[in-house]
Design a protein around this ligand. Structure first.
Ligand code: 13P
Length: 258
């Protein structure tokens, strides 16, 4: 049984004050919720405050990116050691916005993934094809390549914490959510590649989230699919009431599908 994870990626939104105001409203709405793991990814300037505020609750917090080295002359970067030192538990890796705007390569994602595992951070590795690649029939090739690179040299016995997020670039922030069938198919491709790299046992246990225009109104249809183990939510995670509603609407109803 894979426990679903619903994660909110706040991207470059919310000051520390706004982050804490969100939590004041959100945490009570989630206090007795046990059906999902819930993680919030605030900006680096809010992260320490958010970690303190969620302490002892059923919500955890993570960083949106990190460097792979422990320290060094890398202006603007934050290291895995630094994240671990403030009790950060999760980290997003290889988000397409990092790949596109910060030139993050598949090699860097691989180094970061290994660093996250070495520091007991739960890595959420983001993969996904562009519209152009999908139209060219290259979705499977892109996903296989990104997964193979990310997992290169990762040993199966250390891979248990890994979470993967399938985020097709064309669905991010566009309002065009992928269909449940498209997501299931992509998750199947990802799970097969994980099995080829880490073994079937590991692939069966790994959680694969979907991200891209997930809203309170469309999450239920996605969560019907047994291949979808949760969501990585951008815009719809910014409002406390609507994110709480989205999480409540995510309670799995497989409608008989296994
Ligand atoms: P939206 O939910 O705003 O489409 O963003 C998805 C995303 O990029 C989450 O990481």
């Amino acid at each position: 049984m894979r426990k679903p994870l619903i994660a909110g990626n706040w991207k470059m939104y919310k000051t520390p004050k706004e982050s804490l105001a969100f939590l004041n409203e959100f945490l009570p709405l989630m206090s007795d919720h046990t059906a999902h793991d819930i993680t919030i990814f605030p900006t680096m300037s809010s992260l320490g405050y958010v970690i303190e505020a969620v302490k002892g609750t059923n919500v955890s917090a993570g960083a949106q990116t990190m460097h792979w080295l422990n320290e060094g002359p890398y202006t603007g970067q934050t290291s895995p050691t630094m994240l671990a030192s403030i009790n950060c538990t999760h980290v997003l890796l290889g988000h397409s916005e990092r790949r596109i705007y910060a030139n993050e390569t598949d090699d860097m994602v691989n180094w970061k993934l290994k660093a996250a595992l070495a520091h007991d951070l739960v890595p959420i590795v983001c993969v996904g094809e562009s519209q152009e690649k999908r139209q060219a029939g290259l979705t499977e090739a892109v996903l296989n390549w990104q997964i193979a690179c990310a997992l290169n040299g990762v040993r199966s016995e250390y891979a248990a914490p890994i979470v993967i997020a399938y985020e097709p670039i064309w669905a991010i922030g566009t309002g065009s959510v992928a269909t449940p069938d498209q997501v299931s198919e992509a998750h199947g491709i990802i799970r097969r590649e994980v099995a080829a790299r880490l073994g079937q046992h590991r692939a069966d246990a790994i959680r694969i989230l979907y991200g891209g225009s997930v809203k309170p109104e469309n999450i239920a249809k996605l969560m019907v699919e047994p291949e979808i183990d949760g969501a990585l939510v951008g815009g719809a995670s910014l409002d406390a009431k609507s994110f709480a509603q989205l999480i409540h609407n995510s309670v799995r109803n497989t409608g008989g599908k296994k």
